[in-house]
Design a protein around this ligand. Structure first.
Ligand code: 5RP
Ligand code: MG
Length: 218
């Protein structure tokens, strides 16, 4: 199986930090992560200029803009890619026409779109459609508000691992050095970590632990 052969990428989600704190963190962590995510709250606070700042200051990192696009996809994906994003997210619940527009614009730019599966009721069925529409990455995601109710993305990842064999899978929602091994068993292509690094007492230590686990596979 091809997905068993590759080392997952580590995506650092920056949600609750200020622009200045984001730079301090990234200066420490840039060698440990592969993708830096402009988290949705960061995007709301600073706008797309922070996407441009990250892509200029950390040219060896991929930048993901967590725009969670739901409509007007042609315009919105273009705005994100023009600002320097390598990946843009959209909400998988949206209409197939919107998905198609995201994929077309990404392909035109040589970039990628990630489907955020938050709140999708039938994950395998939706994933099948997204694959047929050419979506580049499918992200299993338990949101922050759902996490507060004790939910995790583990069972959803297991379910999608059964049904998706071609499109790379990402996983997000409360992943930390403590629970990472459970997720690695299902061979995600991208592991997304926010608070598990940014809220740790030693963010660089947490990132190093996660990086090492990803390299060794457990
Ligand atoms: C919330 C998000 C977060 O970026 C994502 O959940 C990762 O953060 P954490 O690891 O803290 O859950 O997109 O909607
Ligand atoms: Mg996010």
């Amino acid at each position: 199986l091809f997905f068993a052969m590759t080392t997952p990428l580590l995506q650092l989600a920056l949600d609750h930090v200020t622009r200045d704190d984001a730079f301090v963190l990234l200066d420490q962590l840039e060698e440990l992560v592969d993708i830096v995510e402009v988290g949705t709250p960061l995007l709301m606070r600073y706008g797309l200029s922070i996407v441009s700042d990250f892509s200029t200051r950390y040219p060896h990192l991929k930048v993901l803009c967590d725009a969670k696009i739901m409509d007007a996809a042609d315009l919105e994906t273009r705005l994100c890619f023009d600002a320097g994003a390598d990946y843009v997210t959209f909400l998988a619940l949206t209409d197939d026409l919107t998905v198609r527009a995201c994929v077309e614009v990404a392909n035109e730019y040589g970039c990628q779109v990630m489907a955020d599966m938050i709140c999708v009721p039938d994950l395998p069925a939706r994933a099948l459609t997204l694959e047929s529409l050419g979506v580049h990455v499918i992200a299993v995601h338990t949101g922050v508000d759902q996490q507060a109710q004790g939910r995790t993305p583990l069972d959803d990842l297991a379910a999608l691992r059964e049904s998706v064999s071609v499109t790379p899978l990402a996983v997000a929602g409360g992943i930390s050095p403590r629970n990472l091994a459970e997720y690695l068993r299902y061979q995600p292509s991208i592991v997304i970590v926010g608070g598990g690094i940014t809220s740790a007492s030693d963010p660089a230590g947490a990132a190093r632990t996660i990086r090492q686990a990803i390299q060794t596979g457990h």
